[in-house]
Write a protein that binds this ligand. Structure first.
Ligand code: C2E
Ligand code: CA
Ligand code: CA
Ligand code: CA
Length: 281
């Protein structure tokens, strides 16, 4: 029985070793990915419901892994967050997103989205040079601060209300806007809406899924949209996957929508070409 236990332990140890190796391997490969230029900027359009036109775009990172092909954020963001590499990744995306929108505005001002929004991981709020870095990205690309939205999740906002609101106020003084991402999933008290300066509320996809045929959920979403508007916020519904959801949201007075029904994330140049080539529209 003792031997069996020992064997089991060795099997366990080997597996752990294997996991550790692949993790270290992954970590190194991800670290190199940034320097080798393997990250890609994808953009997903945000539509203005009334105009039926693209109003903005969200920047979403992808990793063109030479071994495994195009990787979605779910497969590398968690590791990047654990190791702190997320800072470098977010900064790359921020710069690339600003550069791309600025270029678009110069080349084709009539089709350029009014804003690009960039996701910032929690770790950024602890960095004293966050504001400087955002200012640098704007200055070096020439993008107007009015055209940049920074998305932070609700959970991040609530960590330390005093620190967070000071940091966000600093950013807003640059002229950029702040969005609460995944609104409604943080099991939060709504109290932070009073203390934390934000401009945009992104209603999480989980509120949109199952909206059709669920009266109670519709009341809830409608109330959140009204709440946002009452507070002077722009409300964006995320994860709109079909026409029925879009119709319901339109009837509720929701003005901005994002989701597969309207456009999937795609390489930035592809969205650019799609929107600037009328025949393909
Ligand atoms: P998120 O910020 O909530 O982004 C929205 C996610 O929902 C994206 O997934 C998008 O592709 C997906 N989505 C959009 N419309 C629909 C829809 O109609 N149906 C469904 N089922 N999904 C939809 P993606 O690109 O895989 O990104 C996942 C998450 O990874 C993001 O969630 C964000 O938290 C994180 N992420 C992505 N890019 C970055 C980045 O550059 N920096 C940081 N820190 N996080 C990022
Ligand atoms: Ca987001
Ligand atoms: Ca979201
Ligand atoms: Ca999310």
């Amino acid at each position: 029985a003792k031997d069996l236990g020992k064997n089991r332990f060795m099997v366990f140890e080997n597996r752990m070793h294997e996991q550790l190796l692949t993790r270290l391997d992954q970590e190194n490969r991800l670290r190199e990915a940034v320097h080798r230029g393997e990250l890609r900027l994808h953009l997903q359009p945000v539509y203005a419901v009334q105009e039926g036109q693209v109003a903005g775009a969200e920047a979403l990172v992808r990793w063109q892994d030479p071994l495994r092909g195009l990787q979605q954020p779910g497969s590398f963001i968690p590791l990047a967050e654990e190791t702190g590499m997320i800072i470098e990744i977010d900064r790359w995306i921020l710069l690339e997103a600003c550069r791309t929108l600025r270029h678009w505005q110069v080349e084709n001002p009539w089709t350029a989205p009014a804003w690009v929004s960039v996701n910032l991981s929690a770790a950024h709020l602890d960095l004293p040079d966050l504001t400087d870095h955002v200012a640098y990205a704007l200055a070096t690309t020439g993008l107007s601060p009015r055209c940049l939205v920074l998305e932070l999740t609700e959970t991040v906002m609530m960590r330390d209300v005093a620190v967070t609101s000071a940091r966000l106020q600093e950013l807003r003084e640059l002229g950029v806007r702040i969005a609460i991402d995944d609104f409604g999933t943080g099991y939060s008290s709504l109290g932070y809406l009073r203390d934390i300066p934000v401009d945009v509320l992104k209603l999480d996809r989980s509120f949109i899924t199952g909206l059709v045929g669920n009266g109670r959920q519709q009341e809830l979403v409608s109330a959140i949209v009204q709440l946002g508007h009452t507070l002077g916020l722009r409300v964006v519904a995320e994860g709109v996957e079909d026409a029925e959801e879009l119709n319901l949201l339109t009837a509720m007075g929701c003005k901005f929508v994002q989701g597969y029904h309207l456009g999937r994330p795609e390489p930035a140049h592809q969205l650019y070409e799609r929107l600037t080539t009328p025949a393909l529209n």
